[in-house]
Design a protein around this ligand. Structure first.
Ligand code: SAH
Length: 390
């Protein structure tokens, strides 16, 4: 097995538990290896740090999968890690749906597995993980006897690893239009063509957080995708809900989800650019009791954080203006590139410009099946805020 040595000045982050090792953090290397192979990593003075997979084509040269020298990386390793992750999810209350593997937080860097009851959707986002796809599917088979496993590797980040985008079955083919239960409601999930893995599990607790504020309310939800917040709002007693999404498919799916739960009359959805709609409706003087904003990550790279901040500020400013005095703004951000303090600052700037004062109702993050590792800051990515707007 090839050996890599960390540079002298670097290593604290890695030794402190972060699994990523960048190309410029590595000094000497010994032995031959192929891209994707498991290699050993040592500190500059030769003490063992961990084992991980290497990819010379990636800026993240090595991702560590174990800190134990004697732990063998084979089929059994993947079985054990997945089993542990499931035991952990069960111990914190998950039974049916959950993010079963949240990459680095489950010591399986670049692996995502979402469990939708008997169906599993997986993403292998680095070469060294992709190589083990067969072992991972087999482990899922042994642990869960699933009705289906699907690969959603149609994501651009794979290209940074020199891998193609692809999707397809990792089990016998099955009907990829499924229905899941969440918070006592039912939702259509399109495993094959939905965004990401088909359903955003991370907002599960936050969807419940709107329970009291939407009662008898007229609700506007921008960026509504599957209509998850809208349907929850109707369920919790909203008078009317209007959801906006730029994608026709999302609007069709949200409409089907409202109908599936008997809220087809209360929830309406419209395919429209939310930036345009919010702007125009502020001008018209429209007002809602509750405005919900759950936009996509406005940036994927550090260079564009300013652009993201501008986007968040604009929609939140308009969202506040559309909220009746005493009404509520529900607002989220799903990129780890905008840390919590920066998000709150942006909301504060928007309030200042909108000449509104905010009273905080709740301030939350992603559901706990997406564990936050205190030594891996990027594992905290979702910000979720409810404020009363006065
Ligand atoms: N709240 C949803 C997730 C929203 S994801 C949930 O809980 O599942 C973000 C959504 O914003 C996507 O569906 C995307 O199609 C939509 N979107 C992106 N840009 C948009 C724009 N300019 N106007 C309206 N919708 C947009």
């Amino acid at each position: 097995m090839a050996k890599f040595f960390l540079r002298k000045k670097i290593g604290d982050r890695v030794i402190g538990g972060h699994p990523w090792i960048f190309a410029n953090e590595l000094g000497d290397a010994e032995g031959a290896y192929e891209p994707g192979d498991i290699v050993e990593v040592y500190s500059y003075n030769g003490s063992f740090v961990g084992k991980g997979y290497v990819n010379p084509a990636s800026q993240i040269r090595i991702r560590l999968v174990t800190r134990h020298k004697n732990e063998k990386i084979d089929e059994g390793f993947f079985y054990n890690r997945i089993k542990e992750a499931w035991d952990y999810r069960r111990s914190i209350g998950y039974t049916e749906n959950c993010r079963l593997i949240f990459g680095e937080a489950d010591q399986l860097p670049a692996l995502i597995i979402d469990k939708f009851n008997d169906y599993f959707v997986i993403q292998t986002l680095a070469l060294g993980m992709d190589i083990w796809k067969g072992a991972i599917a087999e482990a899922l088979g042994r642990i869960f006897k699933p009705k289906g496993i699907y690969e959603r590797n149609d994501v651009p980040v794979r290209e940074l690893e020199g891998m193609p985008q692809q999707k397809g079955f990792l089990s016998e083919p099955f009907d990829t239009q499924i229905i899941i239960n969440e918070n006592g409601l039912k939702f259509h999930v399109d495993i094959e063509n939905g965004q990401k893995t088909g359903w955003f599990l991370d907002q599960q607790d936050n969807r419940r957080a709107i329970q009291h504020i939407v009662k008898d309310a007229n609700v506007l939800e921008a960026f509504s995708y599957t209509g998850s917040f809208s349907v929850h709002a109707a369920h919790y007693g909203a008078k009317s809900v209007l959801g906006l999404d730029i994608s026709e498919n999302a609007v069709a799916q949200a409409t089907r989800n409202a109908e599936l739960n008997g809220y087809g009359d209360i929830c309406k959805f419209s395919a429209i650019n939310a930036f345009d709609a919010l702007k125009a409706w502020v001008k018209e003087g429209r007002r809602y009791d509750v405005v919900i904003l759950d936009p996509p990550a406005f940036t994927k790279s550090r260079e564009n954080i300013e652009k993201a901040i501008t986007g968040y500020k604009e929609i939140n400013l308009r969202g506040m203006k559309l909220t009746k005095p005493g009404g509520f703004l529900v607002t989220a951000s799903c990129t780890n590139l905008v840390p919590p303090e920066m998000f709150l600052k942006t909301i504060a700037m928007a309030a200042k410009d909108a000449h509104r004062t905010l009273r905080q109702v709740s301030w939350q993050t992603q559901a706990s099946d997406h564990p936050i590792m205190w030594n891996i800051p990027a594992t905290q990515y979702l910000k979720f805020l409810i404020v009363q707007v006065n």
